[in-house]
Design a protein around this ligand. Structure first.
Ligand code: KIV
Length: 286
């Protein structure tokens, strides 16, 4: 079994030019499969609101829900670097809230790091969490918690003014003491500049190949999430069809009596079934 990665391993992988493999996970069985497949990191994203709870976005997701799922992933993947995702209003309100809530991911859910969205405007919170001794991942570009301000789930950094704002965010995150940066749905040319000039590891989700590793949402890449598929997603499986096929076959077999078969039951100990008539009369004499 591969050794669990640490922040130092991530830094060393960047130095060696080795790309980090990163997926989201929300439950123990999926996390366990990801660990068995050798994933370097797992993010318990607040995307769980959409992928697990059927919500239209991430804004309604609570600390309680994030902690619950992070704990499940920690249990399923004890030897994988797990990042907890700070939900909307768990850190924007103050540095104190940010440190307290980040600490809960460590103390109550066993996370190895936390991630929070935003650049310049959350720099004080990043500094406070890092000063408290935690590993901090920044997240810039398309930040789903502020998708209302961004006009929806839209690609970022596509014009020079937008690129300038994205670069300012990237620098602010690094200067505030974040240990790693995730760039989402930013034009690859801009991501390449960030990757070239920042010293911390820079990861991409839908922001091109010039990065120290890639992240995908597990429900997208497995073809489970049905509502929409962003352009940057590559589907490595189409589990929705396979799941629907299995559910349909189960319904057919239950209705026809084909399931359960003799191989799916626990028969009585040898010689005991013969005495059932006597037991039946004891309960129902007439
Ligand atoms: O919640 C999440 O999964 C995320 C990714 C979209 C980066 O933050």
């Amino acid at each position: 079994m591969a050794k669990k990665k640490s922040l130092l391993d991530l830094i060393e992988m960047k130095r060696r030019g080795e790309r980090v493999t990163w997926l989201t996970a929300y439950d123990a069985p999926t996390a366990s499969l990801a660990e068995a497949a050798g994933l370097d990191m797992l993010l318990v994203g607040d995307s769980l609101g959409m992928c697990m709870m059927g919500l239209p976005g991430t804004v309604p997701v609570t600390m309680k829900e994030c902690l619950h799922h992070t704990r499940a992933v920690r249990t399923g993947a004890p030897n994988t670097f797990v990042i907890g995702d700070m939900p909307f209003l768990s850190y924007q309100t103050s540095r104190r809230d940010a440190v307290r809530n980040a600490g809960r991911f460590y103390k109550e859910a066993g996370a190895d790091a936390i991630k929070l969205e935003g650049g310049v405007r959350v720099a004080p919170q990043i500094r406070a969490i890092a000063d408290a001794g935690m590993v901090v991942f920044g997240h810039i570009g398309l930040t789903p918690q502020s998708s209302g301000q961004l006009g929806g789930f839209k690609a970022q950094g596509r014009t020079i003014p937008a690129a300038r704002a994205t670069l300012q965010d990237a620098l602010a995150v690094q200067e505030a003491g974040a240990h790693c940066l995730l760039v989402e749905a930013v034009s690859p040319e801009v991501t390449a500049l960030i990757h070239k000039h920042l010293t911390i590891p820079v990861y991409s989700i839908g922001a091109g190949a010039a990065a120290d590793g890639q992240l995908l949402i597990v429900s997208d890449m497995l073809g489970i999430f049905q509502a929409f598929t962003p352009r940057f997603v590559k589907r490595y499986a189409n589990l929705a069809d396979e799941i629907k096929r299995a559910f349909g076959e189960y319904c057919v077999e239950v209705r026809s009596g084909a399931f359960p078969g003799p191989e799916h039951v626990y028969r009585m100990v040898e010689g005991e079934a013969e005495k059932l008539d006597e037991l039946e009369r004891e309960f129902w004499p007439d």
